[in-house]
Design a protein around this ligand. Structure first.
Ligand SMILES: [Zn+2]
Length: 234
C-alpha cells in the first residue's frame, strides 16, 4: 500500500484542510505521515473556555495534534520543532534537507502541502516552498520518480493556480462523505481552536452536516493521475 505525506505548518492545518482525505487514505490501508513544522504556540486562541495559557499553549497543542492524528489514522507524526510565525525567516534549504530525509525514508507516492502564495498565511506559504523544494529533490531520486505533489485548494477551481505559471496536471476532488465522523473527532481534538466553528461542538449530526463532502487538491508535479478523484492511482 502506498504512503502519503502531508507537510503543514501548524497543528490543525491537517484536520481543517484535508482531514477527510487523510482519514480516507489511512482507513483504506495506506500509510499516512504528517510533518508539522510548528506547535502553533503563537496562536491567539486558547479555547472557550480557555484551556491553555500563553506558557502552556505549545504543549497543549502538541497533545491535541497527537489526538487528531489518532482520529485520522495518521501513523507517524514528525514535528520539526520550528518556532510558530517564523517559517518565512528559517533557512529554507536546511529545513528542506530535513523534509527530504523524511521523504527518502518513507518513499511516499504523494506529498501534500500548501501553495505559495495561495496558502495565504506566511507560515503556510513558507512550509509550502520548503516542501516543494524537498519534493523536487526527492523526485530526482530513483525512489521519487513516480511521486506526485499536491497543493491543498480551497475550492473547486484550478483557475487560481493557473495564474502562477505552473502546469496544473489535475484538479482533484476527493469524496470524503464517508469520513466525516473521523474528521469531526479530529476537529474536536483541537480544543484550543474551539471558537473557530462553534457548530462543530453541538450534536455529532449537526457537526458532520456542516462539513463539506469534498476536499480539493491541485497536482502540479509527477505523472498524470488516471482519475482526478484520489491522490493515488488505485
Ligand atoms: Zn495553519
Amino acid at each position: 500500500m502506498a504512503t502519503v505525506i502531508a507537510v503543514f505548518a501548524h497543528p490543525d492545518d491537517e484536520t481543517f484542510i484535508c482531514g477527510g482525505t487523510l482519514a480516507k487514505l489511512a482507513y483504506t490501508g495506506h500509510r499516512v505521515v504528517l510533518v508539522c513544522a510548528t506547535l502553533g504556540e503563537m496562536g491567539r486562541r486558547l479555547g472557550i473556555p480557555p484551556i491553555a495559557t500563553r506558557e502552556s499553549i505549545g504543549q497543549i497543542r502538541e497533545r491535541e495534534l497527537r489526538a487528531a492524528c489518532e482520529a485520522l489514522g495518521v501513523q507517524r507524526l514528525e514535528l520539526l520543532g520550528l518556532r510558530d510565525k517564523t517559517l518565512e525567516i528559517q533557512p529554507q534549504g536546511e529545513v528542506a534537507d530535513r523534509v527530504l530525509r523524511i521523504l527518502q525514508g518513507e518513499a511516499p507516492s504523494a506529498v501534500i502541502t500548501f501553495h505559495d502564495p495561495l496558502g495565504g498565511h506566511p507560515d503556510h506559504c513558507a512550509i509550502g516552498r520548503i516542501a516543494t523544494e524537498a519534493f523536487s529533490r526527492y523526485q530526482a531520486t530513483p525512489a521519487g520518480g513516480g511521486a506526485r505533489l499536491f497543493y491543498v485548494s480551497f475550492g473547486e477551481g484550478a483557475e487560481a493556480f493557473r495564474r502562477f505559471a505552473q502546469p496544473v496536471l489535475a484538479a482533484v476532488q476527493v469524496d470524503v462523505s464517508g469520513y466525516k465522523s473521523e474528521k469531526l473527532r479530529a476537529f474536536r481534538a483541537h480544543r484550543t481552536q474551539s471558537q473557530l466553528d462553534r457548530s462543530l461542538w453541538g450534536s455529532d449530526r449537526r457537526g458532520t452536516e456542516r462539513m463539506g463532502n469534498r476536499e480539493y487538491f491541485i497536482q502540479t508535479m509527477g505523472p498524470r493521475l488516471k482519475q482526478a478523484t484520489s491522490l493515488l492511482d488505485e
